[in-house]
Ligand binder design. Structure first.
Ligand code: ADP
Ligand code: ASP
Ligand code: MG
Length: 410
C-alpha cells in the first residue's frame, strides 16, 4: 500500500516525539508499505518565527515571511529523516521545491495548483521513506510560498490525491473529530464517520483539526481521511462521502473561532457603489471577508461591519482607513476581541426553530449577539471573545450533544 501520513506540530514538538513518530512510520514500513510522511513545524515554531518578523514590521513583506516561516517544517523533516536513518530505515527529505509542489503566488495563503510525482516515486522505488515538509510550495517562478495556517493538512491530502495513495492519515493530538473541540468541552463526543460536507463547514467555522482546504481537496478527489492520535493507538474518525452509516443528527457539531476580527466603518455615506468600493479594496489585496452586516440607513449614512481573519486584520484596517477617507466616512474601528460560535448540521435543513433555540441558549447565559449569519447547514453568531468557551459548552449541552460520560484524560 502507498500511505501518506501527516504529523502535526505537537506530534513533532521535540526530538523524543519525533522518535515516536519514526517508530510509528517504521511499523508501517515493516509491513511492506510505501510511506510518505508530511510533517509540520515543531509546536509554536511558526508563531515564534512570525513574531520575529512582526517585531521588525507590523506588515512585513509577505514574500519574505514565507521564506521565513517555511523553515519550521524544513527542520522537522530533516530531523525525522535523520531519526529514521539512525534507526536503520532508509529515508530522504524532499522539500517543496524538490518534490515540486507548485502553487500560485499568493504568499502566506497560496493554493496548490499541481504536484509532480516523479521525484517522490523515484525515491520510494529505492526503498526510502520520503519525508516532505508540509505547509510549503513554490510558485511558477520558484519563489517559496506557504499554504496558510494549518496548511500541512492540505499538503498531505494534496499529495495523497496526486500520488493516488491508498490511505491518508492525519495524526494529531486528539484521537479524532469531535462534536466540538474536546479541549474546551469535556463532554465532547468522538464522531466515527463524518461527511465531507459537514467537515468542510466545521473546518471553515473554526474546527482547526483539519485545515479547510485539505477537506476541499479530499472532497474533490474523493480521498478518505483518517484523523488519528499520534499519542495513542486505535481508530479515529473517517472523513468521507456521506453514507447511511453516519449519524443523522439535527446538529452535528459546534465550532468556535477566535481568529477573526471585526471592522466597522462608521457613518459611511449611503449611496450606490459604497459597498463595492469597500469590498473590492479588500479583495484586490486577497483578503477574504466573512460576515458582513450593513445597518439600516439613518439620514443617508450607514455603518458597515465585517469580519476578516485576525492575520489580515491590520492590513484590512489600514486599507479601510484609506477607503473611509475617500468615501467621507467618519471613522474605522478594529475590534480583535470577538469570537464566532457556530452550529453545524445537515439535519438543520429539515428542522424548524434551530436558530431561535440557539439564540435563547445564548440569551440564558447573558451573552450578547453582535452579528449573525446563516446558511442552509449552519448558523454563526459573533459574540464577545470572553464568552466563547461558555457559549460552546452551553450550546453543546443545549442541543443534546453531551457525552454521557466525561472523557478520560489521555
Ligand atoms: P496539529 O498541530 O496536529 O495540526 P491542530 O492544533 O492544528 O493540530 O488541530 C488539533 C486541535 O484541533 C485539537 O487539539 C483540538 O483542540 C482542535 N479542535 C477544534 N475543534 C475540534 C473538533 N471538533 N474535533 C477535534 N479537535 C478539534
Ligand atoms: N506550521 C504551520 C502552522 O503552524 C502549518 C501546520 O502546522 O499545518 O500553521
Ligand atoms: Mg493543524
Amino acid at each position: 500500500m502507498l500511505i501518506v501520513q501527516k504529523y502535526g506540530g505537537t506530534s513533532v514538538a521535540n526530538t523524543e516525539r519525533i522518535s515516536n513518530v519514526a517508530k510509528r512510520v517504521a511499523s508501517y514500513r515493516d509491513k511492506g508499505n510505501d510511506v510518505i510522511v508530511v510533517v509540520s513545524a515543531m509546536a509554536g515554531e511558526t508563531d515564534r518565527l512570525l513574531n520575529l518578523a512582526y517585531s521588525i514590521n507590523k506588515l512585513p513583506d509577505e514574500r519574505e515571511v514565507d521564506v521565513l516561516i517555511s523553515t519550521g517544517e524544513q527542520v522537522t523533516s530533516a530531523l525525522l529523516a535523520i531519526t529514521l536513518k539512525t534507526m536503520g530505515y532508509d529515508a530522504i527529505s524532499l522539500l517543496g521545491f524538490q518534490v515540486k509542489i507548485i502553487t500560485d503566488s499568493s504568499y502566506t495563503k497560496a493554493r496548490i495548483s499541481r504536484i509532480e510525482s516523479e521525484n517522490i516515486f523515484a525515491e520510494l522505488k529505492k526503498g526510502k521513506v520520503v519525508v516532505v515538509p508540509g505547509f510549503q510550495g513554490i510558485d511558477e517562478q520558484g519563489n517559496i510560498t506557504t499554504l496558510g495556517r494549518g496548511g500541512s493538512d492540505t499538503s498531505a491530502v494534496a499529495l495523497a490525491a496526486a500520488l493516488k495513495a491508498d490511505m491518508c492519515e492525519i495524526y494529531t493530538d486528539v484521537d479524532g473529530v469531535y462534536t466540538t473541540d474536546p479541549n474546551i468541552c469535556e463532554k465532547a463526543r468522538k464522531i466515527e464517520r463524518i461527511s465531507y460536507e459537514e467537515m468542510l463547514e466545521m473546518a471553515s467555522l473554526g474546527a482547526k483539526v483539519l485545515q479547510i482546504r485539505s477537506v476541499e481537496f479530499a472532497m474533490r478527489y474523493n480521498v478518505p481521511i483518517h484523523v488519528k492520535s499520534s499519542f495513542t493507538y486505535g481508530d479515529g474518525t473517517i472523513v468521507c462521502k456521506e453514507d447511511s452509516s453516519m449519524e443523522q443528527m439535527k446538529i452535528t457539531g459546534i465550532t468556535y473561532n477566535k481568529n477573526e476580527a471585526k471592522i466597522t466603518i462608521n457613518r459611511v455615506p449611503d449611496r450606490p457603489g459604497t459597498a463595492s468600493q469597500v469590498f473590492s479594496a479588500l479583495s484586490d489585496e486577497n483578503i477574504v471577508v466573512d460576515i458582513i452586516v450593513q445597518n439600516v440607513s439613518k439620514d443617508n449614512y450607514t455603518d458597515i461591519t465585517f469580519t476578516v481573519a485576525k492575520a489580515d486584520a491590520r492590513k484590512a484596517y489600514s486599507i479601510m482607513e484609506e477607503v473611509a477617507k475617500k468615501l467621507g466616512a467618519e471613522k474605522v474601528i478594529l475590534d480583535e476581541n470577538i469570537a464566532k460560535v457556530s452550529i453545524v448540521g445537515l439535519g438543520m435543513r429539515s428542522h424548524a426553530g434551530v436558530a431561535s433555540k440557539m439564540f435563547s441558549i445564548l440569551a440564558k447565559e447573558g451573552i450578547n449577539i453582535e452579528a449573525i449569519t446563516t446558511s442552509e447547514i449552519k448558523i454563526s453568531c459573533v459574540i464577545e471573545a470572553k464568552y466563547g468557551e461558555l457559549a460552546v459548552r452551553a450550546l453543546h449541552s443545549g442541543f443534546g450533544l453531551d457525552a454521557e460520560e466525561v472523557r478520560e484524560e489521555k
